[in-house]
Design a protein around this ligand. Structure first.
Ligand SMILES: CC(C)(COP(=O)(O)OP(=O)(O)OC[C@H]1O[C@@H](n2cnc3c(N)ncnc32)[C@H](O)[C@@H]1OP(=O)(O)O)[C@@H](O)C(=O)NCCC(=O)NCCS
Length: 214
């Protein structure tokens, strides 16, 4: 099954709810730094309030099924400067490159939107996100303070790197395709309000189980 990425529009709460439902307790803990059995209306409203400038998000879909979201939120409220990164992939699709592609796509979107620095506050025990960021942001600064680790990196002029030498060409091609699709999408949005789309990607293999991992 192919995986498609597209920019998330404002108010797409169904996408938020489906991805949240596919996160295990551990994944929710790692994403929200605490036990979150359900999305409160307030949190859902904040997460749905993307505006394409100060709050950008890219979602991944397997067919029609939302399977992950990566977002950048301005830390100053301004549509430039520093943005905070957050990402989640439903458990059934983790370890297949979806998170890497989502983060690469949202970083490209963020750089294009004018952000020049990204910061990610993650749990120090969260190996997957730390490895993912190390692969995509080789020139990052990492500061660990007990259970929390803060990763900071320049965004503009720092093209996302590939996660491994062996898959470098594939990832490079995908990133270029995503960036090109994004430019087209932005141009289209100027003509018409929000025409969703970024690009279509293929995972290396179909997941063993469906999206029902909650
Ligand atoms: C962190 C998180 C987003 C990573 O998403 P993911 O889709 O599993 O990430 P990827 O698949 O891109 O990378 C994970 C592994 O798959 C490998 N991988 C990358 N591309 C791949 C591909 N095409 N095929 C197979 N494996 C691939 C990576 O090398 C990586 O291996 P490693 O962890 O041993 O280094 C996911 O684990 C998650 O949602 N966790 C819960 C929420 C969270 O922790 N968020 C971060 C804090 S905001």
């Amino acid at each position: 099954m192919s995986v498609a990425l597209r920019e998330l529009g404002p108010g797409e709460v169904d996408v938020l709810d489906t991805v949240f439902a596919g996160l295990s307790e551990t994944s929710r803990y790692r994403r929200f730094h605490g036990g979150v059995p359900r999305l409160s209306p307030g949190t859902r409203a904040v997460l749905a309030a993307v505006d394409g400038r100060r709050h950008l998000a890219v979602a991944a879909f397997a067919g029609d099924e939302p399977i992950g979201i990566a977002r950048l939120v301005s830390t100053s409220g301004a549509p430039a400067g520093r943005a905070e990164l957050a990402v989640e992939v439903v458990d059934a699709w983790q370890g297949r490159g979806v998170g890497t592609r989502l983060v690469a796509a949202v970083l490209a979107l963020g750089a294009d939107a004018g952000f020049d620095e990204v910061v990610a506050d993650v749990l120090s025990e969260n190996g997957p996100i730390l490895r993912l960021l190390a692969a995509l942001l080789p020139d990052r600064t990492t500061r660990t303070d007990g259970p929390e680790t803060c990763v900071t990196a320049r965004l503009r002029g720092t093209p996302p790197m590939t996660p491994s030498q062996t898959s470098a060409e594939v990832h490079r091609a995908e990133l270029l395709a995503a960036a090109q699709a994004h430019r087209l999408a932005r141009a289209a949005r100027k003509r018409r309000p929000r025409r969703p789309l970024v690009t279509t990607l293929r995972p290396r293999r179909v997941p063993a189980v469906g999206g029902d991992a909650a």
